[in-house]
Design a protein around this ligand. Structure first.
Ligand SMILES: Nc1ncnc2c1ncn2[C@@H]1O[C@H](COP(=O)(O)OP(=O)(O)O)[C@@H](O)[C@H]1O
Ligand SMILES: [Mg+2]
Length: 275
């Protein structure tokens, strides 16, 4: 019945239009309706890591389509390949087989520099382990994508983003002087500072307490609603996943729509990812 392309609302309330669903669900959907422009298209993705007898195929014949303005949650047990998938989709890693297009551009036709140019200013990425540069302050880390993109660099923009994630008092601190949750928020500010059309975030609230996590989630969905930022989130947090337009489960190397009975039962929604 449902496919990975099926929106959550279509599964739960087939045959209704968005306004009827809005009333029933009691929340306002995007003021700017989602267009159906395909922003990301993946066909038959395969990823094998390691070599020889230790080689393992993490992703197999995986298909995915994401439209501009959507918010999509990817869930799955620890080790199911969520981080690997996110890096592949963002063009940060290379496929073993399959086709992937971002903003209509096939990544196979681009070398590493070409992929970096395509991402610059258009794609933001929040890494599970943050990947902040250790010798740069919080502010300098957030300024970096502005310096790498061709847009003019305005330190105030970076400062405003750090304030939006509640770190106005931490701008001059180095990553090692910040807690895990604070580093995560610097990573979020860095991902959004160029106002990208598409943001990938790997467990963006994984190191935050409930209140801070809710505040960051509010920020993510405000940007999704007001700026049309497309969100692809890996998460173990059922509350965060429930706020997305649809949830996909990664299991046995493939994505299944949440609620799809063909999905295998290995999914552990509350599993803790120690990676
Ligand atoms: N470069 C690599 N070499 C070998 N194994 C890897 C590599 N990258 C990931 N893996 C393995 O692939 C599996 C999926 O990893 P990962 O994508 O981090 O999963 P998740 O994010 O869902 O926890 C894990 O078993 C991990 O150990
Ligand atoms: Mg992971």
């Amino acid at each position: 019945m449902s496919t990975p392309e099926t929106r959550k609302q279509d599964v739960e309330h087939p045959g209704q239009d968005d306004s009827q669903r809005d009333e029933q669900e009691g929340h306002a959907r995007s003021a700017r309706p989602q267009d159906r422009t395909t922003i990301l298209m993946a066909r038959q993705l395969e990823k094998t890591v390691g070599s020889g007898s230790s080689a393992i195929t993490i992703l197999k014949a995986l298909d995915l389509e994401i439209h501009a303005g959507e918010s999509v949650a990817i869930v799955g047990s620890s080790g199911s390949g969520k981080s690997t998938l996110l890096a592949l989709l963002a063009g940060l890693d290379t496929l073993t087989h399959g086709e992937l297009a971002l903003f209509g551009e096939p990544l196979s036709s681009l070398d590493e520099d070409g992929r970096a140019r395509l991402r610059a200013g258009q794609v933001g990425f929040v890494f599970q382990n943050f990947q902040l540069l250790p010798t740069l302050t919080a502010l300098e880390n957030v300024l970096l994508p502005l310096e790498l993109s061709e847009s003019s660099v305005d330190a105030r923009q970076a400062q405003q983003w750090l304030a939006r994630v509640g770190l106005e008092a931490r701008v001059q601190h180095l990553p090692k002087q910040l807690s895990g949750g604070e580093q995560q928020r610097v990573a979020i500010a860095r991902a959004f500072v160029t106002r990208p059309a598409l943001v990938f975030a790997d467990e963006p609230t994984g190191n935050l307490d409930r209140a801070t996590g809710d505040r960051i989630a509010d920020l993510l969905f405000t940007l999704n609603r007001e700026s049309g930022t497309t969100l692809v989130l890996v998460t173990h947090d059922p509350q965060l996943a429930a706020r997305c337009d649809r949830t996909l489960i990664l299991d046995e190397g493939r994505l299944h729509a949440h609620g799809d009975s063909t999905a295998a039962s290995h999914h552990e929604p509350d599993g803790v990812d120690h990676r």
